[in-house]
Design a protein around this ligand. Structure first.
Ligand code: PGA
Length: 241
């Protein structure tokens, strides 16, 4: 794993955006694996600025997102589809037909998950997958468990994740209890992975991820098994390493 420790959130965001921008420039029909949450918002802002400055063209770009709450409507302002439209898709010239976010309204979650995995395969995997890291070491909604599912699946959120995400909802009770998420093997279909961490609340998870031990109890630690991972981490998130 390549590790870049940067000063702060803004620097992390710019570095991540530069990596994605290079991929888009070199391969206009690239497949971007995208993530939601607070962490990548600054990266999306940088990408939008580059687009507005005429430096980037998203017209042929395809995308697949990591996860989505379940059940949730795409119009719900807490859905990840809504998030992606708001922070990126509505602000650049990407064709929404080329964007894939798990369907929070799928009638049969298992059938949908198989289809989503097929979509990833048909796209030929991601050129890059962006990830955040949960305070508990989760990636996507692959929560710490003794066993993990490899492919896209329906999963139950842990208390820690519900608590962490409650800030976006009116109350903790409103946070959906389930999600659709790529599995670790789906994530590994990316040729490159960029994982972002900012803030002291991520320090424990970053420390465990980099401990040298690999455990499903820290799903991010499995990234040590992938051949091309870059961690971009600010000083606060790196402070316990
Ligand atoms: P955050 O979430 O970016 O909102 O901190 C990261 C994650 O839970 O993967």
């Amino acid at each position: 794993m390549k590790i870049h420790v940067v000063e702060n959130y803004d620097e992390m965001s710019r570095e991540a955006a530069d990596i994605l921008a290079d991929i888009v420039k070199n391969k206009p029909d690239c497949v971007l694996g995208l993530a939601t949450g607070d962490t990548p918002i600054g990266m999306y802002e940088c990408l939008v600025r580059m687009y507005e400055a005429g430096e980037l063209d998203f017209s042929a770009v395809r995308s697949v997102n990591l996860d989505e709450y379940y059940p949730i409507s795409p119009d719900n302002d807490q859905s990840y589809r809504y998030f992606m439209n708001k922070h990126l898709f509505d602000k650049v010239n990407i064709d929404k037909a080329n964007t894939n976010v798990p369907n929070g309204r799928a009638e049969d979650a298992d059938v949908f998950c198989r289809e989503y995995e097929n979509t990833i395969n048909k796209l030929g995997g991601m050129d890059v997958q962006v990830l955040g890291i949960g305070r508990n070491g989760h990636i996507g909604f692959n929560e710490p468990e003794t066993e993990l599912k490899p492919y896209t699946h329906l999963t139950e959120l842990t208390e820690s994740t519900i608590e962490a995400n409650a800030r976006f909802f009116e109350s903790e009770a409103d946070v959906p209890k389930h999600a659709l998420t790529m599995g670790i093997r789906s994530i590994f279909k990316a040729r490159n992975i960029v994982i972002l961490a900012s803030g002291v609340e991520k320090a424990e998870a970053v420390k465990t991820m980099l401990s040298g031990n690999i455990s499903t109890l820290c799903p991010a630690s499995l990234l040590c098994l992938h051949p091309s991972v870059t961690l971009i981490c600010d000083k606060a998130a790196y402070s316990l390493v």
